[in-house]
Design a protein around this ligand. Structure first.
Ligand code: PEP
Ligand code: MG
Length: 747
């Protein structure tokens, strides 16, 4: 008798649950399950295929097919109908399987006599675990009701497989969360780390999959949704009116929390026999599967919102909070979908590495991870579903790879790599107190970039001569409201104290573009990197700039003060900013505050236009620091945040080097000190080229100082300059190959 109704479905789920509650070996149970499903669905065949590894499915149990084929029949992802279901995570329902595209005949199974085929994915929260198939001899297409019922069954199976309920002693059974996984992402902070997974937001574990009373379960779902709505309303009330982005997300949450479609689907799942939490998970899985296929960034964001909301709902239903009581491992590697800069700072240097499913190269969390020098890989697909708390994990920030539960051979090779890096670090440590003097006798000053108090210990450790760039915006980014002047003054004073007389070049606020403060109202801009940012904001709304300058002046109190203005595009902007500073100095003097011993006022050269400013400008500024990250993006018109183009143009292209030569010449002509503080200064061969062009000070991440110094000390800058000149004369596009060749020939 064909499968008919919701009550059949409920009966089937209960039979499954009871079977699973019984004792028995994994295989035996799996066999019994296929029998129950085939019996309830009135089909001759029911088979379970599970992933052996990410590319291979294995027939693990069957009712109706040849029993000898179990654990022998294997399919690649995408191969045959089963492989297609696994790859697309969509059901295939056909009355005539052999005629279906991609059908693969597997003689060992004896399946040729069964013409109708229905396969559904076994997946949990977007993680593919296998495929559940029913087949029968009569050529019929399964009804929508039957497809739905099989999906619900697959959902229950997924949860049980996940919990290891099927995993008996048979090592050949598919074991999610057991096999090694290699995942690739995008590099956000270099370095290698080994440790154990620490989930920032542990997954909610649903153990109760099947309900005994649908009406009571629907009432429980409604109660939970009501609680959810109220909590979203509370969040909305608490969110500042100016924080439009945050409010928009909350509005979307509210919209979803009231979505009739979403709630109705979950009610239907419950009527089929699922528990309320299983119903939430089923819809969440479906949304995640959709997420992988949606190319539109806006829609993907919305699906992410739904995902977050589902997690909240699950926490309400299960009573599980973020704190599961698990103890943080000794060498925690943080795994999260995303994380805020403040939360990251709370973890601090405890973390060995960070792996994010989302994230962006320019995000605040990335900035903090960089400041703390914690290896970080972002945009790592599936990491939050693949990883379990305590899993062994290895992160290679340089290659942007993540090895989860690595095999011994991989782990060994990885450790060799870490050991080599540690050895190199030791060599660099030996150089710490040596100057960066090239063979030709030229001395290059190596400074470090910083942005947090936490950076300052690196000043002594790295051997940096000073802080060439202190990014002041980090203090503004990691908090929920504008910091007070007194707080800033205290912080800047502590920074100067820890620098112990070494120069610290404070850059005034560079907000806008990718650095958006949660509490500041900003206009929507089509192109924020070229929009209202940095000194442009400072000059239009002088309040914050003035407050910051006052804090800097007070922090210096009797000491030398170095500051620079970001993204100045023309002389008059520098003059205007300089005038604001003069007024503040005057005001502080009148108020009786001690003034700095002297003030050095510089500028960041970040727009090509400034390189062509009148000579008077170069005479007026105390120093120029090239912000190579921005200068390069505007020189090549290639967005530094856009993965598609950000690596497209080379710093060592002869055109960019030629441009830098002009800046060097203009500063030399006016006798103005010149430095370079973009990321490229920390790449040894690039740093060599910059020094060879005559840039006397390079400012970089602390970890780069050793490698850069080590190379500079082995080179002759006149020779390197000659190599560059030759590539220019020969009309080559890039000086990199020639410079690499030069470096490879050094002793
Ligand atoms: C730069 O643009 O090179 C720079 C150092 O500033 P930031 O990276 O903070 O924009
Ligand atoms: Mg910049």
């Amino acid at each position: 008798m064909p499968y008919r109704s919701e009550s059949d479905s409920r009966r089937l789920l209960r039979r499954l649950r009871d079977t699973l509650a019984e004792a028995g070996a994994g295989q035996e149970r799996l066999d019994r399950i296929t029998h129950i499903i085939a019996d309830s669905m009135a089909t001759q065949v029911c088979s379970i295929y599970l992933f052996r590894d990410p590319d291979t499915l294995e027939l693990c149990a069957t009712e109706g097919l040849n029993a000898d084929a179990v654990h022998k029949t294997r399919l690649k992802l995408g191969e045959g109908l089963v492989g297609r279901v696994a790859r697309s995570t969509r059901p295939i329902n056909t009355a005539n399987a052999p005629a279906e595209r991609g059908f693969r005949f597997m003689p060992e199974t004896g399946e040729e006599v069964f013409t109708s085929f229905l396969g559904v994915p076994i997946q949990r929260l977007g993680e593919r675990l296998g495929v559940l198939v029913v087949q029968s001899k009569d050529a019929r297409k399964f009804s929508e009701d039957e497809v739905y019922a099989l999906e619900v069954v697959a959902m229950v199976l997924a949860e049980m497989t996940e919990l290891g309920a099927f995993v008996g002693d048979d090592p050949t059974l598919g074991q999610p969360h057991r096999h090694p996984v290699l995942l690739r992402g995008v590099c956000a902070q270099e370095g290698a780390a080994e440790g154990q997974v620490w989930l920032h937001e542990p997954r909610v574990v649903v153990t109760n999959m099947v309900n005994d009373d649908s009406a009571a379960e629907i009432a429980r779902l409604h109660d939970a949704i009501e609680t959810l709505r109220l909590s979203v309303d509370d969040l909305l009330r608490a969110a500042p009116a100016t924080d439009t982005e945050h409010r928009e997300v909350l509005q979307t949450y509210r919209m979803f929390a009231q979505s009739r479609g979403w709630i109705k689907r979950m009610e239907e799942d419950i009527l089929r026999g699922l528990s309320a939490e299983a119903a939430v998970e089923k819809e969440q899985s479906a949304a995640r599967a959709r997420l992988e296929q949606v190319p539109d960034a806006y829609l993907r964001d919305r699906l992410h919102d739904l995902d977050d909301l589902s997690n909240r709902l699950l926490r309400i239903l299960t009573g599980q909070g973020n704190d599961t009581g698990a103890e943080m491992p000794d060498r925690p590697v943080l795994v999260a979908r995303n994380i805020g800069p403040g939360e990251l700072l709370d973890y601090g240097r405890k973390l060995r590495g960070i792996v994010l499913e989302d994230g962006a190269v320019g995000s605040h969390a990335t900035i903090v991870a960089r400041a703390l020098a914690i290896p970080l890989v972002i945009n790592v697909p599936r990491i939050t579903t693949e990883a379990l708390n305590g899993d062994h994990i290895m992160v290679d920030g340089h290659e942007a790879t993540v090895h989860l539960r690595p095999e011994d051979s991989i782990a060994g090779a990885f450790r060799d790599k870490i050991a080599m890096q540690a050895k190199a670090q030791e060599r660099y440590a030996d150089l710490r107190d040596q100057p960066a003097v090239a063979r030709c006798g030229t001395r290059v000053a190596l400074h470090m970039n910083a942005g947090l108090m936490a950076d300052l210990p690196s000043l002594a450790g790295s051997g940096a001569e000073g802080v060439g760039l202190f990014r002041t915006e980090l203090q503004f980014l990691i908090r929920n409201s504008v910091p007070r002047r007194s707080e800033l003054a205290a912080l800047y004073a502590r920074v100067m104290d820890s620098a112990q007389g070494k120069r610290v070049a404070f850059r005034t606020l560079d907000i806008g573009s990718d650095k958006v403060m949660p509490y500041m109202k900003r206009p929507d801009e089509p192109n924020p990197a070229m929009g209202w940012r940095a000194i442009r904001v400072g000059l239009d709304k002088t309040g914050v700039l003035r407050m910051q300058l006052q804090a800097l002046i007070r922090a210096a109190a009797g000491r030398a003060l170095s500051l620079m203005f970001p993204l100045v595009a023309q002389m008059s902007e520098f003059e205007a900013a300089h005038a604001v500073l003069m007024r503040e100095l005057d005001r502080e003097r009148k108020l009786g505050h001690p003034l700095p011993e002297r003030v050095e006022v510089g500028v960041m050269m970040e727009t090509p236009s400034l390189a062509f400013a009148p000579r008077h400008f170069f005479e007026m500024v105390d120093f120029v620091s090239i912000g190579g990250n921005d200068l390069k993006q505007f020189f090549f018109a290639a967005d530094r945040e856009n993965e598609l183009v950000r690596r497209r143009y080379d710093t060592l292209s002869t055109s960019f080097l030629g441009f830098l030569q002009q800046i060097v010449a203009r500063c030399a002509e006016a006798g103005t000190p010149l430095s370079f503080c973009g990321e490229d200064a920390g790449r040894p061969v690039d740093a060599l080229a910059l020094a060879a062009l005559g840039i006397g000070t390079l400012s970089m991440r602390p970890a780069s100082i050793g490698p850069v110094k080590s190379l500079l000390r082995r080179t002759d800058l006149t020779q390197a300059a000659a190599v560059i000149a030759q590539t220019q004369e020969r009309g080559l596009e890039s000086a990199r190959p020639a410079l690499l060749d030069y470096v490879s020939r050094l002793e």
